[in-house]
Design a protein around this ligand. Sequence first.
Ligand code: OGA
Ligand code: FE2
Length: 536
Amino acid sequence: MAFNKIWYTLALGLLLPFSYAHTDFFTSIGHMTDLINTEKDLVVSLKDYIKAEESKLEQIKKWAEKLDQLTDTATKDPEGFLGHPVNAFKLMKRLNTEWGELESLVLKDMSDGFISNMTIQRQFFPNDEDQTGAAKALLRLQDTYNLDTDTLSRGNLPGVKHKSFLTAEDCFELGKIAYTEADYYHTELWMEQALKQLDEGEVSSADKVYILDYLSYAVYQQGDLSKAMMLTRRLLELDPEHQRANGNMKYFEYIMAKEKDANKSSTDSEDQLEKETEVKKKDYLPERRKYEMLCRGEGLKMTPRRQKRLFCRYYDGNRNPRYILGPVKQEDEWDKPRIVRFLDIISDEEIETVKELAKPRLSRATVHDPETGKLTTAHYRVSKSAWLSGYESPVVSRINTRIQDLTGLDVSTAEELQVANYGVGGQYEPHFDFARKDEPDAFKELGTGNRIATWLFYMSDVSAGGATVFPEVGASVWPKKGTAVFWYNLFPSGEGDYSTRHAACPVLVGNKWVSNKWLHERGQEFRRPCTLSELE
Ligand code: OGA
Ligand code: FE2
């Protein structure tokens, strides 16, 4: 906890002064709701400006019409007109003062209020990094949840309340962001989508020539030469003088001819070999694929036989006086590693209190950089989090006691309660909660040993996505508000249990609140005694 305190003091002391200039908006929904309100205020201010500008124009119009009539009459018979002394006086007055007043009115700047509002608010606006972060989140969701580009662009997602779609220009923008990341796979998908929407007749300022330029390059980078040529040909039909496209076309033709020659001399057996390695590649599932499948609710690995041995029960915390009369509902989620879920274990009021305490302190979650040993942000952990101490609120203290009662573990050596909020696309890729043997210093500051167990409260439902998955064993645990899951990270011997590797899947729709308690080894010596064999 000393460590948390240090981090917390650092966070308060160093980060808050600039926290508004750089809040990584895209990492959580909490700060984004502030932006919605800011935008609403700006719209009101903009409408006031429009009204002021309209009323100014109205006055000018009236003046112009009046003068139009007057000058018409006057020019028809100037001498007769000026024969009337009142007319002569009025002409002097108009030219000497009234036109001057009109000039001032025309020059009057009505935009003051709006512009100063804008200047103030702009300091808190998201920056390029936020925009790229939000775009990358979309691309990540597309991969994880196997969403086809058209579905995503038309906004046809499960469980959405407010349908929203992407314009051809938006698609082009996403494609460009993928391109700057040298991610040609997504560049192709999104440039193609932009093109498709334009071909379907969408009115847009997006330019087909630009799109085809990016698209053909992305396709070429991925090795599809004939498609790259076909696209370049299309570009040249629209803009025959396009220099780069003309150059590329010549280059493609040259490569094509060279490949044809080479193909003639290649043998069948080589083709066979290539096919075989391809099959092998498909059979082997890297962790990333397992993780993504579990996130989609596929690839669960639990035989019916094992499933039959999962039970639910009323649990009294091993005859804990606080729970004998009112035991809690407990369900087995998984057998090995054993993961249990507690139901109705945190009330809506408690959740609200915890969220309110955490909100002002949420900052981008960090990870240990194994090279420098320092805390840094990482693309594989995208969320905002805050630490809450039991001293600061009876609710937090009560929650800590509850964890101690129901796990039978001493919470005085645990880390403080961590509250995390994942926005759309927020995730935490596969990791261990415990420190491995090659990082003995990870929890040195705490002085309470390794993270023996994890307690994780789900403080919200998630409309789509956001599961906690265990790729090693093929388990998915779905968030359900008011429940909590618990598992041991270490065997009783103190050895790390590698089957507990887990991840928080990206949120697809909605947002996800969790809070967790990492319990440590010290203090558990008699509560969970060591065994003689390592992996028991
Ligand atoms: C963590 C974690 C899982 C989740 O914060 O270490 O694994 O579902 N969270 O949020
Ligand atoms: Fe974790």
